[in-house]
Design a protein around this ligand. Sequence first.
Ligand code: HT7
Ligand code: ZN
Length: 856
Amino acid sequence: PAPILRSDYRAPDWQVSEIALDFDLDPARTVVRAKLHVTRNGDHDRPLRLDGDGLQPLSVGIDGVAGSNDRWRMDGDALVVDLDGKAHVVETEVAIAPERNTQLMGLYASGGNLCTQCEAEGFRRITFFPDRPDVLARYSVRMTADKARFPVLLANGDPIAHGDLEDGCHWAEWHDPFPKPSYLFALVAGDLVANRATFVTASGREVQLAIWVREKDLAKTDHALDALKTSMAWDERVYGREYDLDVFNIVAVDDFNFGAMENKGLNIFNSRYILADPDTATDHDYDAIAAVVAHEYFHNWSGNRVTCRDWFQLSLKEGFTVFRDQGFSADQGSAAVKRIEDVRSLRAAQFPEDAGPLAHPIRPDSYLEISNFYTATIYNKGAEVVRMLHTILGPQRFRAGTDLYFDRFDGTAATCEDFVASMEEANGVDLAQFRRWYSQAGTPRVTATLEHEPGGGTATLHLAQAVPPTPGQPHKLPMVLPLKLRLFGGNTGRPLGDEQLVLLSDAEATLRFEAVTERPVLSINRGFSAPVIVDTNRTPADLAFLSGHDDDPFARYEAMQQLMLDTLVASVASGRGDHGAVVDAVRETLRNPELDRAFVAEAVLLPSDNFIGDQLPIVDPDAIFRAREALRRDIGRALERDWRQAYEDTRNGAFEYSPEAKGKRRLKTVALGYLAASGAPDIGELAFAQFEQADNMTDRQGALMTLVNGPWDQRVAALDIFYNRYRDNPLVLDKWFSTQALSTRDDTPERVEELAGHRDFTLANPNRARALVGAFGVNQRAFHAADGRGYRFFAQQLIALDRLNPQTAAKMMPPLGRWRRFDPARQQAMRAALEQILASPGLSKDMLEQVSKSLA
Ligand code: HT7
Ligand code: ZN
């Protein structure tokens, strides 16, 4: 298949002002009738081309005349209609089978209910339509279904009317007054109950909120509903954005390719991001639920009211909305810890993507399959780019820019360029060079060298930047890098001057600091002000000093991470490690009573195996594991009393979901992990007791993880107890699978193969597939087992999954594509696995793109 190019964009030939959809809903055979009011866009004689995917028209009508077959034809999957006037009405009828839809795109069945997923190109699996985001239409929807089976019928917008029919069926009509692209269309038919609330907007509009789930899950929806109300108020306060319909519905489904979907007025969620109670959801789950509820809600403005002109502009809505949800979460608890978590996930997912065969700019130039571009680069690096604008402009000017953007582009399909131009125009600034962030892929690397003559009064900071080559982009130009920095006196610990924001825009720059009378220590990229890698000439002593004294919590965390990383990289190379500096720094942080427990837990955690591997020219998973375990053991042993103390101090009373209680639980799990690493003989028992006595999932899963990574016999009992207790709860059963797939034990590859044959394992449910196969792919040591069995297993699973659900399969593939980073034997085995996937019959376009780019 030929790639789609950004440079080929052309405005649509036809616009659709209105569409009326009529669904006769049945899982086996749903009939869809669509009536489109189309108008010719510009002066041309091209026919109307309606996208379809696997559809056959049962009938086509033009301007009320049925069956005029000489005026339409199929061109591949598309329906092409010859029209001679300026405006016409085109009617189509198709039949689809939701229960056979394993791709989970279009209209499909989940848990006995029917729901839709249309982003990016799923609407064309429901009806013929110009399925592109710059065609905005007003939608009216009528649904008819068996009333006993599907008592609830929901669609976008506001409910208009409903009624019963004589044959046991009922119907409902919905109308969405806001013109929208087809990717925001949604309907749900099901046996559902609602948790309801009312929200009154700043201008006094009363909005009926409802979260729809199956009856058994109703008690688990309060947290999501609270998060929704908090998000609505936050968007009014921080961005001046109000909700605009009378109802806002959320539906949770168990089978979903992604986290959630922002369909206008009818968000559809993976149940994982809605359902929570203390017994089944961890603190991390609770936080993720609030973040995803907020994210989807915020899309009502950044995505729905202002949408994207084409899919190359995806980061316009996703990067901006992630930035918005990160701001929301930061305001709900510790902003510093939130920033640390966000940077940790950027480094875990986006940095490797930017350094590998699938690297792309946040505004890509081409794609084969757009679903492959819902990436950490588009989302998380996209958010970092928006954050840099916020940093450079400051909060007020940034807000002036977003106000202008929302006002000017409301009701339209915009581009990344429109967003940047709004920032420029609202603030009278020139962002010409900044635009390179949209076009250049790769993580910039900054070298910062601080020099100071002992006894002299001047310090000099040399900064240099380089953006590495990425596929299709061998040469790069310098970027604009907003670097927050500050100097501290290495003897007194005093700050030497204020924090500065330096905009590094040339390849090199030199800064001078006067009146520096003591040896300065550099704190740089504070708050992770630019998404870059920074190499400095700081000594281990400098890093240890900053880890205890920097006044920027992120920089403090970062100094500790760098110290740990430098130590680990040195021990991977030499096979031996000098762990004293890290142990001392961890002790100091752990014993500091001023620090928030959540921060301490993040700061003392070692970098992951994967992140250590990312620092090395050739990844040796076993050497990395050994070095990391040795450091963990030494930190555990040297500070055993401190860990026991921290563990005791963080024992809390009854479960409470507050930032403080969460911080304590986090530190408790980290302390237990270090105690386990210390080799202390009682840890199996301690962990098992925590596992059994826990009144919440964070503590229970924390203990299970410790047991599953270790040698203790209690591991087997705990896994059995966990399984039997939660076998009917799919979300918790996912944790049972993923905890084992992430285990650091030697026998993990065998165990994972065994689990793939477990009666509860299925590739048909994306959460389950991700829990086992996806988690295994990021378990560096197990996945890269020297005998290559991890690769063979992974390839087999991906091939099988690709037949069912290409999107989910293709998204899990990247760990296999990083073969260039490994030794020749692993390279060969990984390539063989990729070739095997490529040769499998009927491979999807999704997988073809990922695998062939990875082999290129
Ligand atoms: N905008 C939504 C993207 C999405 C999606 C993409 C491809 C396939 C399935 C999907 N489900 C949802 C989610 C979001 O970013 O808010
Ligand atoms: Zn989004």
